[in-house]
Design a protein around this ligand. Structure first.
Ligand SMILES: Nc1nc2c(ncn2[C@@H]2O[C@H](COP(=O)(O)OP(=O)(O)OP(=O)(O)O)[C@@H](O)[C@H]2O)c(=O)[nH]1
Ligand SMILES: [Mg+2]
Length: 448
């Protein structure tokens, strides 16, 4: 609140500028990050506040936004801290640079120049700034890869990604060598695609055995599954066909959607195993599955000829045809996904808008409760904000608040709840007497 003060201008008008808006808290997908580890121990983040407005119509400056980097593939959910429940999906940051405002900075309070009216020439009050928005979020990350390498432990998934990309994961002859997924970029024929090396899956994975569900989660974003089998039976003398069936059944139990994804099967370690006996039973199994999906009809558009590749991740034999087939399939799947995306118009900002809209609606709601006798409590976020934004020591500001509450429908709701002139109204820690002319026209009961 400020008035113009100048020599020879005895009664300068109001000239208080607005306070600056607070900065926003923004999440942004950063390709240089690979995990959410930064958020495991630090949970509270705050953008800068705006600065105060000043006289001579000087507006305060806007607070700086706080940009929080998250890895590509981060999903942002609303979270209720009191019930510990995960709410709706707010954003799915799937491309570098994609961002979402998760907490908007409060609006700066308006200076007294805004409150001039025909009856109020010299408003001696200003609005206090809006309190900042606070929110709890839950962040989860799902890997983004075109194809996921799945299979039992020790079948050679990490060896394969090491051979076909620049990824250098740990490789060893004991099971569960890989504990966190690795990503690798494969370049072929001027194209490239991203492959994820997932930790080994075992029987019972869909129920969480061997951290199975944690690992299966990472496959969900890959349109194509590369199912790796060990032809040598070097780990516990296993049989590839049996392994294939176990993994398939775990995926089906975990998610029918995941189970319906296209799959390319790879028989690895061909350098140390004789695969002649294994190929036919495997192909029979794959053909059976392909027919099942196509409703038993080989000419149906749903029928996809099963693909089985015999390779060695150590010598590199058989890898070229495998990578060409994967590249081809990835290209088709990307085109299909892009078409589906365009059809549903599912773009990220919509989430943000819907979420904000819902929140605004929720904030606008308020309740009136009779606390007994002539005392009423009004509660609701927006109503409470109006009170917070009021300078309580300033009568003019209070009068302004009263008109705001009236326009917002609070007065009407109070009268509907039975409040009468002079009753005590409480909002947050403040209390005041109701003064309304909504009741004036009400006829006296005795007149009837
Ligand atoms: N001879 C031969 N050995 C292989 C081949 N591929 C992998 N191996 C060996 O098999 C063992 C397991 O390989 P990894 O690549 O660590 O297997 P993984 O599937 O990533 O295993 P987990 O991470 O435990 O799930 C290692 O000793 C590799 O050297 C192959 O094509 N030929
Ligand atoms: Mg591995």
């Amino acid at each position: 609140m400020s008035f113009r003060r100048e020599a020879y201008v005895p009664k300068g008008g109001p000239d208080g500028g607005d306070g600056g808006d607070g900065g926003d808290v923004v999440l942004i997908a950063d390709p240089s990050l690979s995990s959410l580890i930064d958020y495991r121990f630090k949970h509270h983040f705050k953008a800068q506040r705006g600065t105060h407005g000043k006289g001579s119509r000087m507006h305060g400056s806007r607070g700086e936004d706080l940009l929080l980097g998250v890895p590509i593939g981060t999903q942002v959910y609303a979270y209720d801290e009191s019930t510990k429940e995960t709410g709706e999906l707010i954003a799915d940051l799937t491309a570098a640079g994609e961002r979402v405002i998760v907490a908007k900075g409060g609006q700066g309070g308006r200076g007294n120049i805004h409150f001039v009216s025909s009856t109020r020439r010299n408003p001696a009050f200003a609005e206090l700034g809006e309190p900042a928005e606070e929110t709890w979020l839950e962040l989860t990350m799902k890997l983004m890869a075109d194809a996921a390498l799945i299979g039992m432990p020790s079948v050679g998934k990490s060896s394969l990604i090491a051979k076909i990309s620049a990824a250098r994961p740990k490789i060893a002859e004991y099971p569960f060598t890989t504990l966190v997924p690795n990503l690798g970029v494969v370049s072929i024929d001027y194209d490239s695609f991203v492959v994820a090396d997932i930790p080994g899956l075992i029987e019972g994975a869909s129920e969480g055995r061997g951290l199975g569900t944690e690992f299966l989660r990472h496959i969900e974003r890959s349109a194509l599954l590369l199912h790796i089998l060990d032809a040598s039976g070097s780990w516990e003398g296993r049989d590839p066909l049996q392994d294939y069936r176990i993994i398939r059944s775990e995926i089906e139990k975990y998610s029918p959607d995941l189970a319906s994804r296209p799959e390319i099967v790879v028989l690895n370690k061909a350098d140390i195993a004789d695969t002649t006996e294994q190929v036919k039973p495997l192909l029979d199994e794959l053909q059976k599955r392909a027919l099942e999906i196509a409703g038993g009809n080989e000419y149906s558009p749903d029928y996809v000829k099963p693909q089985l590749f015999i390779v060695s991740a150590v010598t590199g034999q058989g890898l070229d045809p495998l990578l060409r087939a994967v590249n081809q399939r990835v290209k088709e799947l990307r085109a299909a996904a892009a078409a589906a995306d365009a059809a549903t118009q599912s773009s990220m900002p919509t989430y943000e808008k819907i979420w904000e809209h819902k929140r605004k609606e929720r904030d606008r709601a308020f309740t009136v409760t009779n606390l007994g006798g002539n005392v009423y409590r009004v509660a609701g976020k927006t109503v409470e904000r109006m009170v917070i934004q009021t300078e309580w020591e300033n009568d003019e500001a209070i009068a302004y608040l009263q008109r705001r509450l009236e326009r917002f429908g609070v007065e009407k709701a109070l009268v509907a709840a039975g409040a009468r002139n002079g009753d005590e109204i409480r909002i947050l820690g403040r209390s005041f007497a109701l003064e309304t002319n909504l009741l004036e026209d009400e006829p006296d009961e005795e007149e009837f």
